[in-house]
Design a protein around this ligand. Structure first.
Ligand code: ZN
Length: 160
C-alpha cells in the first residue's frame, strides 16, 4: 500500500505534530476539527485534559475500568465507535483494556517519546483525541493491549 505523508497545518496547530502520515484509504473518513474553545464547551474538564492535552486519568479511578456488560465503546469527543465489549479484558492495570479496536481505521497510532519512554500513543482517527497507549503484552492473538482512559470513552450497553 502506498503511504502518503504531508504537512497538515490544522493538526500541527492542534497537537504539535510537524509531520502527519496516513494511508490513502483513511481519506474517506471525515475529520472533526474544532478549536480548543469549542472542545472546552463540549467536554468536561477531565475529558478535555485527557482527549485534547493527552492527559492520563489516575489508575482505577475511571468509570469504565470495571465495565464488563455487553455493549460498545465510543469516542467521548466525537462519538465514533472505537471498541466492542467482547474485546475488553481485565488487565489489572487500572485502565479499560482492549485487545483490538472495532476497526483498525478507527484509531491512529503514533510513536510517543514523552516521559523518557518509547510508547505508542492511540488517538481517535476522526477527532484526533488522545485515547491512551497500546502495549505489546495483550492476551489476544495479536498480542496487543489497548490501554485506554475512561474519560476518552463513552459506553452504550447492549439490550438483551
Ligand atoms: Zn473522536
Amino acid at each position: 500500500m502506498v503511504k502518503t505523508c504531508l504537512n497538515e497545518s490544522t493538526l500541527t496547530a492542534a497537537n504539535g505534530l510537524d509531520h502527519f502520515c496516513f494511508y490513502p484509504h483513511l481519506l474517506i473518513m471525515e475529520k472533526m476539527i474544532l478549536t480548543d474553545e469549542e472542545w472546552r464547551q463540549r467536554l468536561s474538564p477531565e475529558q478535555f485534559h485527557v482527549l485534547r492535552e493527552a492527559g492520563t486519568e489516575r489508575a482505577f479511578t475511571g468509570s469504565l475500568n470495571a465495565e464488563y456488560r455487553d455493549g460498545e465503546f465510543y469516542c467521548a469527543g466525537c462519538n465514533s465507535k472505537l471498541f466492542e465489549a467482547e474485546t475488553k479484558f481485565d488487565s489489572g492495570c487500572g485502565w479499560p483494556s482492549f485487545t483490538a479496536p472495532t476497526q483498525t481505521e478507527a484509531v491512529t497510532e503514533i510513536v510517543d517519546l514523552s516521559h523518557g519512554m518509547q510508547r505508542t500513543e492511540v488517538r481517535c482517527s476522526t477527532c484526533d483525541g488522545h485515547l491512551g497507549h497500546v502495549f505489546p503484552d495483550g492476551p489476544g492473538e495479536n498480542g496487543l493491549r489497548y490501554c485506554m482512559n475512561s474519560a476518552s470513552l463513552s459506553f452504550e450497553a447492549k439490550e438483551d
